[in-house]
Design a protein. Sequence first.
Length: 84
Amino acid sequence: MNSFVQWRDVKYGNVFEQELTGLRRRREADARCTVRDIERVLTQLYIMDGADWHGRGDVQDINMAATIAAHEHFIAQWKAEGSV
């Protein structure tokens, strides 16, 4: 694999896992945290992603994509549990 592509994949994976860990910790530590709260954060992330008219650069684009994906994944998992 091209090392240029590889660093992107590693960066994406690291950010994705860090975000999931943070979301899990938030859910465990805050009994008032709801899936709707996380959906609101995701909505703001979509807005921030769409507001990139100056260009963030490769690293920040990867961070944003992985962060959004982690939130989407977390929400889907939570809803699949049926405890929503």
